[in-house]
Ligand binder design. Structure first.
Ligand SMILES: Cc1cc2nc3c(=O)[nH]c(=O)nc-3n(C[C@H](O)[C@H](O)[C@H](O)COP(=O)(O)O)c2cc1C
Length: 320
């Protein structure tokens, strides 16, 4: 299979993986609004080993989402091996990613995610198990470090393996989701693996954040954006426009944002029906942050059950 990571669309703007957030509808929405690639929610390699049906359902996607990267987490190479085979044969996304960055208790506590960064031999076995059992390109997602192991050590000890790309969350494990960001270490990594794609992730919440990182670190191939796309799936378009014109893009107005909210509701309804309307409520609350009278509108939006509900509530909102 063609390695889409090698296509020269740079800087690459990626929707980073988020459990509970990057479902099919959100991936499609972000792709329509400028993301060049979208990652799945993390999927358990163990689940794919024992009982793949439910997890395969979680990973379903539409052709229009391509390039689509499926992310796996786990700790047992034999599970990654089987997961790679199943995903490659039955799902055929554009790439497979391996999670070496998650600090969440239910992942880290079982020895997966970021807990694997210091276990370099096991990490190598896992990467090899995936690379040897798929013809899809493979990527990894890591953190700036954990305890005595930093991202440079980790990359030094895996750089000979044939993965194509790495997304680096610029915070350490200890830094959680709000600690200091170290983008210099990401440049260092690019210097070690110049032939692989290196994406910077962490704290990119505005177009300015994204442009600053790319300007200060011109060696980095692109950005991974996670929470910055909450209520702002068009941040990808904004960054591209900023890079093209050299000027801060104008803030999206109320009417444009309302249209995107409806587009999101239609996409999620198409995919998940009533369950989708329950899940979109948090997104709707993120979109309206800063709207005039946001608190009152939020009270209504967190009760929506249909696209029509969303449309009716939004029709009642006008600029002050
Ligand atoms: C709700 C939520 C779910 C996440 N799920 C995943 C995941 O499934 N896989 C993963 O590698 N990282 C996951 N992350 C981490 C993000 O991909 C990203 O590395 C992190 O949020 C830092 O980027 P940001 O500052 O742009 O949010 C998640 C983060 C959040 C907030």
């Amino acid at each position: 299979m063609d390695d889409f990571w090698k296509k020269p669309n740079k800087p690459i703007l990626a929707l980073a993986p988020m459990a509970g957030i990057t479902d099919s509808a959100f991936r499609e929405l972000c792709r329509r609004h400028g993301a060049h690639v979208a990652y799945s929610e993390m999927a358990s390699a163990d689940a794919l080993y024992y009982n793949p049906k439910k997890t395969m359902e979680l990973l379903r996607f539409k052709e229009s989402e391509r390039p689509y990267v499926v992310q796996l987490f786990g700790r047992r190479p034999e599970c990654f091996k089987k997961a790679a085979v199943v995903i490659t044969k039955e799902l055929r996304p554009d790439a497979i990613d391996i999670n070496f960055g998650c600090p969440a208790k239910k992942v880290f506590g079982h020895g997966s995610g970021c807990a694997l960064m210091p276990q370099k031999e096991l990490a190598r076995e896992i990467i090899s198990a995936v690379c040897e059992n798929t013809d899809l390109p493979v990527s990894i997602k890591i953190r700036a470090g954990i305890k005595e192991t930093d991202a440079v050590d980790f990359i030094e000890s895996t750089k000979d393996l044939p993965y194509s790309a790495v997304m680096v969350h610029a915070r350490t494990y200890e830094g959680g989701f709000s600690g200091p960001l170290d983008f210099d270490i990401i440049s260092k990594i690019k210097g070690i693996i110049p032939g692989k794609i290196v994406l910077a992730n962490g704290g990119i919440n505005t177009p300015q954040d994204g442009v600053d990182i790319l300007r200060n670190h011109p060696d980095i191939d692109g950005l991974g954006i996670a929470r910055g796309a909450w209520g702002r799936p068009y941040i990808f378009d904004e960054i591209s426009e900023y890079l093209k014109t050299g000027k801060q893009p104008e803030e999206y107005g109320l009417e444009r944002i309302k249209e995107i909210m409806i587009e999101h509701a239609e996409l999620i309804w198409e995919d998940k029906k009533e369950l989708g309307m329950f899940e979109i409520r948090k997104h709707l609350a993120w979109y309206i942050k800063g709207f005039p009278g946001a608190a009152k509108i939020r009270e209504k939006l967190v009760l929506v059950n249909s696209v029509q509900d969303v449309k009716e509530i939004l029709a009642g909102i006008s600029p002050e």
